[in-house]
Design a protein around this ligand. Structure first.
Ligand code: SF4
Ligand code: SF4
Length: 168
């Protein structure tokens, strides 16, 4: 008799379950369902691979490939949050079931290699050349100053001699 109200209530109420897969519930907003990749905007920086806690992303900058193991992904969304070009995003829906495991590989256009800077030796050469020029200038100035110095010393000597003669 104690259970009668509960039994009556359950008989009148809608069932708590759904007839899945015939009846599918709409996903919640911001639900992390499936990882989506836009390879055209990817710059192959590799940040997503470094941030991924399950290490399921592999980025090859030289070949221009982005690879993910969707069976190791835990859908945490760290790669999405850290991607600087917003190439990664998440769908609200679940990934569809498959019968065979397959790696997820995206082939993009590898970035052009950057132009190499001038070797450090050339820089050193330029530096040493500048230093040598400075030294040469300093030497020239010193040479130019020497005769004047010699002349002034000679004048001083002459004056001293003249003074001695006067004393006599
Ligand atoms: S998906 Fe984003 S974070 Fe990952 S390599 Fe491409 S640009 Fe970098
Ligand atoms: S969602 Fe998380 S586990 Fe999945 S690839 Fe991105 S960082 Fe790795």
């Amino acid at each position: 008799m104690l259970f009668t109200p509960t039994v009556v209530k359950n008989l009148l109420k809608k069932p708590a379950t759904r007839k899945y897969p015939f009846e599918v519930r709409e996903p919640f907003t911001k639900y992390r369902g499936e990882l989506v990749m836009d390879i055209d905007t990817c710059i192959f920086c590799g940040i997503c691979a470094r941030k991924c806690p399950s290490q399921c992303i592999v980025v090859d900058k030289e070949k221009g490939t982005w690879q993910c193991d969707p069976y190791a992904c835990i859908y945490c969304g760290w790669c999405v949050d850290s991607c600087p070009t917003h190439s990664l995003s998440m769908k609200h829906e679940h990934r569809k079931p498959v019968t065979e495991k397959a790696e997820w590989i995206e082939q993009g256009t590898p970035p052009k290699p950057k132009k190499k800077k001038a070797p450090a030796e050339n820089k050193d050469d330029a530096g040493s050349k500048a230093a040598a020029d400075k030294k040469a200038d300093a030497d020239e100035k010193a040479e130019a100053g020497k005769p004047a110095e010699a002349e002034s010393k000679a004048d001083a000597g002459k004056k001293a001699d003249a003074g001695k003669k006067d004393e006599k």
